[in-house]
Design a protein around this ligand. Structure first.
Ligand code: CA
Length: 435
């Protein structure tokens, strides 16, 4: 924690001081943007209130110098990879320089104001070149809920409590908020049938996850220790891992999901840095009745502050609700602090066998479900595999997603003694199957 987390700090930009903003001066998340409807080059930006600081414009002026200028130039490019590679000390220098320029009373406020673009006038793109995407499965509540849909007294697989389970995913179809995709076709085995059929996915679902952006990578053969792992993480965004459940069930034995997961993944444009998340860290705990982590997945830093209290919500806006002027319906809400494995443990486990992570690699946290009613991070859990459809209001129900549905993920952090910071949103829409 440092002066950039000071609850009394305010910006000369009034929209950054409203209690409901996602982007106060204590947040300063990064995205890649341009003015909507133009052919401008995409470049890095930082959110403040209802504005974006154009880092390309800022680096051309004289407001920054030294390491902060070097960092801003790296972050001003159409992808943030060259900024990620610079590491936590340089990320911090730029954050602190921007904080100084934005703070109430800053003498250079006028010059910085010339680098601002209103958020409502911009469009975003995926903020980095994603070399590899890995999707984890690290929420015990989600794993238990999914297991019990098939076997009511069943337990999670024996490895779940020993390692953060994951599979290598697909980066080519990751899109930024606003993504639209066609309902996938695929192969599935209808109940009671002897042979599979090829048809449109009928059990389309979302998964509430966080996206973990790798900053500095590691060399092949050089594992990252759990308590060093967060030095390799730049920040966190929202991530919707759309899932075709009927395709998944038929295809996933024995190698895991394939086409059920690789047709679309939607992320939020803004990456909230680990430094901004510092006030919301909590102890990472493991019940004494559960296996304690093997040594390579354990460490005092992770025990002390490995969890992060990020509030998360899923909302659904059907095409009909949109047309009839009804608001989106909140489906569920939970916190990332319940996750069974921490971000540091995911990174440590990913690299322990010698795998190299690279700047811009993206890790999905796995579906985030909490322990209570209404805390499930996927529709299959909320609606009990379609058996108890969720009421949307206006006479609409959902067992699984319908064409025209827009799924919104929202995330924020708040606690007494800290300023609320937010992640913005991830929004994605299901289009009918391609004719
Ligand atoms: Ca997933």
């Amino acid at each position: 924690m440092n002066h950039t987390h000071d609850v009394t700090a305010r910006s000369w930009l009034e929209s950054a001081n409203t209690p409901t903003t996602d982007f106060p001066i204590q947040n300063l998340p990064f995205a890649v943007f341009r003015r909507s409807g133009t052919q401008e080059v995409f470049r890095g930006g930082v959110a403040i209130g209802d504005q974006v600081i154009d880092l390309a414009e800022l680096s051309r002026g004289s407001l920054l110098a030294g390491k902060a200028l070097q960092a801003a130039r790296a972050a001003a490019q159409p992808a943030l990879n060259n900024f990620f590679v610079l590491g936590p000390d340089v990320w911090r220098v730029l954050r602190h320089a921007l904080f100084a320029l934005l703070q109430e009373g800053a003498t250079q406020a006028g010059a910085l104001r010339a680098c601002l673009v209103p958020q409502k006038e911009v469009e975003y793109t995926v903020p980095a070149r994603i070399g590899d995407y890995t999707d984890f499965y690290t929420s015990l509540d989600h794993a238990v809920n999914c297991t019990r849909l098939m076997r009511p007294d069943g337990d999670v697989s024996p490895n779940f409590r020993w390692l953060p389970i994951a599979y290598h995913g697909r980066s080519s179809t990751i899109g930024v908020s606003g993504q639209q995709f066609h309902r996938p076709m695929g192969q599935m085995l209808p109940a009671g049938a002897q042979a599979p059929v090829y048809q449109a996915c009928a059990y389309l679902d979302y998964e509430l996850e966080l996206g973990i952006w790798i900053g500095q990578g590691n060399e092949a053969g050089e594992p990252v220790a759990t308590d060093e792992a967060e030095n390799h993480v730049f920040g966190i965004c929202l991530l919707n891992d759309w899932s075709a459940r009927d395709i998944q069930v038929w295809e996933m034995a024995p190698l895991g999901p394939f086409l059920a997961k690789n047709f679309a993944t939607t992320i939020s444009p803004w990456i909230v840095t680990l430094e901004a998340l510092a006030p919301y860290r909590c102890a990472w705990q493991r019940p004494e009745s559960d296996p304690q982590p093997l040594e390579y997945l354990d460490g005092p830093t992770n025990r002390k502050a490995g969890a992060i209290d990020i509030q998360l919500e899923v909302w659904l806006h059907s095409e009909r609700a949109c047309r009839e002027g009804r608001d989106p319906k909140r489906l569920s809400g939970t916190s990332f602090r319940h996750q069974y494995w921490s971000v540091a443990q995911m990174v440590a486990h990913h690299t322990v066998g010698g795998c190299a992570l690279q700047p811009g690699d993206l890790l999905g946290s796995g579906t985030i479900s909490g322990p209570g009613e209404g805390e499930a991070g996927a529709l299959i859990e909320l609606a009990h595999a379609g058996a108890r459809p969720v009421e949307l209001g206006g006479g609409e129900q959902r067992g699984f997603l319908a064409d025209g549905d827009t799924v919104l993920l929202r995330g924020w952090c708040e606690r007494p003694g800290a300023v609320r910071i937010g992640f913005g949103e991830s929004r994605g829409t299901v289009l009918p199957v391609r004719s």
